[in-house]
Design a protein. Sequence first.
Length: 290
Amino acid sequence: MGAIIRTENLSYVYNPAMPDATTAISDISFEMQEHEFLGIIGPTGCGKSTLITHFNGLMRPTSGKVLIDGQDIWADKKEIRKFRFLTGLVFQYPEYQLFEETVEKDIGYGPRNMGLSPQEVDERVRMAADFCGLAPEMLSRSPFELSGGQKRRVAIAGVIAMRPRLLVLDEPAAGLDPEGRDTILEQIKSYHRETGTSVVLVSHSMEDVAKYADKVLVMKDGGIAMYDTTQQIFARAQELLDIGLSVPQITKVFLRLREMGLAIDTDVYTVKYAAETVLRFAEGGDGDAS
């Protein structure tokens, strides 16, 4: 298993050589292995969205390289189109990009552009709709008749239908109610688990990242502040708070228990792990991993 993403000293400057030149990301180098689920977090304006739009060539680096599946995506400009099928990017509020007259046509737009046969397009549309929890009878409806959560699922299905090796989602649950958010994220996680597709999730919700990601990349001021497994990142809860980020509510509870004098682990980031930690502590085991 190799790296699906590798960046080498990646930097991007808006309006270079102009008085208002702004460095959005600077000297970013990291690798993400294939089949991983990566969460990207960081304060507003830290460069998260700028970084991920480099993964399918929507932005060209000011300096440095982006390699997808070991290939420098800008080595040959004429080849950039293939990387836009290899990396599927779902923007924040993707439902605003829906435009076809039926859900079926909207989901099939990408596969049709790939030059696939009508039969293959139909198979992919139905597969993607099923993964995203869209009933077959919805395919003939106008996407503009659907609820906000349903529109979001149609937009995500349209990207999944292209079967990208890498699925990149920028705040896919933004603006949804808690039930809608959980539904979307559970479907994305199920898709990741069942297909092995590599997933990058940008989110402001620490709970969501803690629950779904295998690894977490923390950004600050256009660079990388931390990059590690989810457990190791949330074990550094105080550092996250110092950066200006929140941490999962359950982590705050355990930090407070430590402040109150209990020698208990604080690298707790999900309710399930919290229950296991409390049980170990209550049984007199080593509740403190430090």
